[in-house]
Design a protein around this ligand. Structure first.
Ligand code: NCD
Length: 306
């Protein structure tokens, strides 16, 4: 594997391999990628994901170049493709990119030798968040089989929901959704929040993606009608957990007191994110060495016949 762009490129075997690598990273078994170079290009706002990649790359002893939207020549009209080729020319082995156009990285990745990681493409996908969420669930329950996950909130605009729904189903979990009508997707089983808390092993809340809405978002009674209140949380099954990719709007999708309650895994998700991103980068670098090896062998073969 050269790039990580979407969850649908990963088989269950590849996901379990990443979970296993993450586990080893978390135990402190880090490989060294000294001499390799990571560039992070974030053209949409990010705190957690960007910092998590930075920490992961530093722990792997990579050289790191962080580029903010304001410093990027994209503001001068350069295409994303040219920015990527420039960073590759400077020696980047891995490029982590967050940008707003859904699906835009596929074509770019096919035209560069550097590994590309999708750190969120508009309303498209967020595979590294999904993988750290999968790790958090697996760490908790040791399986995905018969685990019921409710993804609740702004499903329609959430790349986290898209990546997670796909991967969780592929791994054998049961996924259901809870959302106001306006934020539903066509497919999927929808339940009320009351039903969600009574049936789920994982209640995965989403931030309301106001920046992606055309009309003003009514937030006043959101918590009482659709969010996780303390009263609802008290009905959760024994052992059930609360997740949220953050940033959290305290008092909107979740009661502020629940963010750090014993069921919450919100900060553990962030902690796991560093190790999962280390595992992803290690896997891509192995894949790249293999691709390069194949290419060199092929070139040698071709040279021999000339
Ligand atoms: C998510 C994102 O950017 O899609 N955040 C994150 O990466 N931790 C979710 C969100 O912004 O709501």
């Amino acid at each position: 594997m050269k790039d990580l762009l979407s969850m649908n490129q990963l088989t269950n075997e590849m996901i379990y391999d990443l979970l296993d690598k993450t586990h080893r990273m978390k135990k402190g078994e880090f490989p060294s990628l000294k001499g390799t170079f990571a560039a992070n290009l974030f053209l949409e706002p990010s705190t957690r994901t960007k910092q998590s990649f930075y920490v992961a790359e530093k722990r792997l002893q990579m050289e790191v170049l962080d580029i903010e939207a304001e410093q990027s020549s994209i503001l001068k009209g350069e295409t994303l493709y040219d920015s990527v080729r420039t960073l590759e020319a400077l020696g980047a082995d891995v490029l982590t990119i967050r940008q707003s156009e859904r699906g835009a990285l596929k074509e770019i990745a096919s035209r560069t030798k550097a590994s590309i990681i999708n750190a969120g493409d508009g309303t498209g996908e967020h595979p590294t968040q999904s993988l750290l969420d999968l790790y958090t669930i697996y760490e908790e329950f040791g399986t995905f089989e018969n685990i019921i996950v409710t993804i609740a909130g702004d499903i329609k605009h959430s790349r986290v929901a898209r990546s997670n729904a796909y991967a969780l189903e592929q791994l054998g979990a049961t996924v259901q959704f809870s959302a106001p009508d306006a934020w539903r997707e066509k497919d999927g089983t929808y339940v009320t929040m009351q039903e969600a808390v009574e049936t789920s092993d994982v209640v995965m809340l989403l931030r309301i993606q106001k920046e992606r809405h055309q009309n003003q978002t009514p937030m006043d009674s959101y918590l009482e009608t659709y969010g996780l209140t303390k009263q609802r949380a008290s009905l959760m099954k024994p052992g059930a957990i609360i997740m949220h990719p953050a940033p959290v709007n305290r008092g909107v999708e979740i009661d502020s007191d629940l963010v750090e309650c014993s069921r919450s895994r919100i900060f553990e998700q962030m902690n796991n994110g560093v190790y999962m991103r280390m595992a992803i980068i290690q896997t891509l670098m192995e894949g790249k060495h293999y691709e390069n090896h194949k290419r060199i062998q092929m070139e040698r073969g071709l040279c021999a016949t000339v």
